[in-house]
Structure formats: C-alpha cells, structure tokens
Design a protein around this ligand. Structure first.
Ligand code: GDP
Length: 303
C-alpha cells in the first residue's frame, strides 16, 4: 500500500499541479474557465471525448448548484470524474479471474511496455502466496525476449518453459500447458509477441495459442492481459484500440505509472475503450505491481 501511495503521489502531484494552476487562475465560472479546464484535462491524457464530456456536464452542474466559489467548482470536477468512471465501470470486474484449478493468462503488448517485467512481478506474488507458478516464453519472435523472461523466472523463482527462438509459439504453449497439468500448477503466465505492425499474423498467432490452450482447458485462457506504458499517453490508447480489434482483451496492465503525469488516461481507457485496468506498475522492482482500485485512484489523485 505504501508503494501505491508513492506511485500515486507522483501522479497526484503532477495532475493536481495542473489542476491547481487552473484553479489559481480562476476568476469566475465563465466560458474561458471551461475552455481552460477542457484543455487541462486533454493535456493530462484524460482523453478527448471524456474531457469534452466532463466539461459539458460540469457547465450544467455548476449552474444547477449555483457554484461560484473556487472550492465548490473544484469539488464538482472531482465528483464528476468519479461519477463518470463509476458509471462506465458498472458490471466490470477489476479483479483477476482466478480459477480453482489451473488459471492461464496470456500477456500481449508491444515491445518495451513492461510485459516481461509485469509477468515476473506477478509470478513472484503468486509464488509468495503459495501458488505453483509456471511461465511460458511464447514470444519466440524476438531474440532477447526468451532470455529476458528466463532472467525474471530466476528472480521470481519460478520455472520457465521455453522453446527455440524463431520456433512455433503455440508449440511452447502446448508444452507449458502439459507441464502445468502434470505438475498440478495453479498459474500459467504466457508471454506472447506483440507485433502490431502485422495484425493478421498476430491475430492468427494468438488464435492458435488460444486453441492449443482450449484443447486442454476448455474455458481458458482465463485472462488476456494487455500491457501498456502509461508514459506514452495517447499512444497507449491507440495500441489498446488496435489490440482490442485483434483479440479479446479482458484486462489491462498499466505500467510506469510511477513516472508520469498522464494518470488521467485511466479515465480515457475506461470511457473510450471499456477495458478494466486490473494491475498497475509502479516501478522497476519486483514488488512494484499492485491491483488497481479505481475509487482510491481517482479520490487519491485530487486530494
Ligand atoms: P517488454 O519488452 O514489454 O517485455 O518490457 P520490459 O518488461 O523489458 O520493460 C521495459 C523497461 O521498462 C524495463 O527497463 C523495465 O524495468 C521498465 N519497467 C517496466 N515496468 C515498469 C514500471 O512499472 N515502472 C517503471 N518505472 N519502469 C518499468
């Protein structure tokens, strides 16, 4: 929880800073103010549509409440954000879908976003919780990817099932599922290649991996986690959109939230893509991965 606070503080400070700056220049609830607010939200990567919506609804809300004071207007902004987030997250689950028997999770995402790191961190958490964990190095496309996962496997003290570089990713997954069943493992985390530049190939590859899993575990994979880098802001949004068109993404890992003012994109992801953020990365260390709690996050950001 301390790490979460630390990470959030950074997001909070920067996001608050821009908001505070806006409120410091506040003179009256006029059109100029709403335009500034809209621009501030867009800059914080809250997302274009969501920023417009927040500003539009706030215009009405402020009139309705007859809010004139700086503090009242600020309060209305926070409340509107929480309201919109909650409305959009209705019926969605922020928890990872963990099974009684073997749980299989696929990890997708482009290079450099923190996919391997997140898998390593999560593997370590489950191992510490007494679960039997296996990793599958199914990103056979990139030469360094297998070695990198092996390094994280050692760090997290869990076994990595691997094949040859350039080999068939589905064959690696097949081996990993067989091994997981034989060992009665609880968790299998699968690292996959994320080549968005060739969407058809990527789609075929992921479908093939899913079929291999489903042959043995009919309701699997239980999660398809997309990893995106929060520091890339709107780029991460574009990636998420593209992956969503390619495969059924069930949840998001938002990494590097410790180093960015773009915390507002949590709202954009929810409102424009309807993908639940399930995990957040708050640093490079093995312990720097936390479950995501939307209410804590939004409330914390504006305190
Ligand atoms: P991959 O190519 O997607 O597997 O990315 P990696 O897992 O290799 O991570 C790329 C870089 O991002 C590495 O230097 C990681 O240490 C760093 N990284 C990953 N997650 C986080 C995070 O939550 N915060 C910070 N600050 N760095 C991170």
């Amino acid at each position: 929880a301390q790490k979460m606070d630390k990470g959030l503080k950074k997001t909070r400070r920067t996001f608050s800073q821009v908001l505070n700056e806006l409120m410091a220049n506040f003179r009256s609830v006029d059109e100029e103010f709403f335009e500034d607010l809209e621009e501030t939200l867009i800059t914080a990567d809250v997302g274009f549509e969501t920023s417009l919506r927040i500003t539009d609804e706030l215009r009405k809300e402020v009139k309705l409440r007859n809010a004139k004071k700086n503090s009242d207007v600020q309060k209305a902004i926070v409340e509107k954000m929480v309201e919109i987030y909650e409305e959009n997250s209705e019926g969605e689950n922020n928890q990872l879908n963990i099974q009684q028997g073997l749980t299989v999770m696929l990890f997708v995402g482009v290079n450099g976003v923190g996919k391997t790191t997140s898998i390593g961190k999560l593997a370590n958490q489950y191992r510490l919780a007494g679960k039997k964990v296996l990793l599958a190095a199914a990103d056979t496309f990139r030469a360094g990817a297998i070695d990198q996962l092996v390094v994280w496997g050692e760090r997290a003290q869990v076994e990595v099932v691997r094949g040859n570089a350039g080999g068939d990713p589905a064959a690696v997954v097949y081996d990993a599922v067989e091994k997981a069943k034989a060992q009665e493992a609880d968790i299998l985390l699968v690292d996959t290649a994320g080549r968005l530049q060739n969407k058809v190939n990527l789609m075929n590859e992921l479908e093939k991996i899913k079929r291999v899993i489903q042959r043995e575990i009919p309701d699997g994979p239980h999660e398809v986690m997309l990893v995106v880098d929060a520091t890339t802001g709107q780029n991460a949004m574009v990636q998420a959109k593209q992956f969503k068109e390619t495969t059924d993404v069930t949840g998001l890992v938002l990494t590097k939230l410790d180093g960015t003012a773009k915390g507002g994109m949590v709202l954009a992801i929810r409102n424009e893509l309807h993908i639940p953020v399930k995990l957040v990365g708050l640093g490079e260390g093995i312990d720097d991965l936390q479950p995501f709690n939307p209410n804590d996050f939004i409330n914390g950001m504006f305190k």
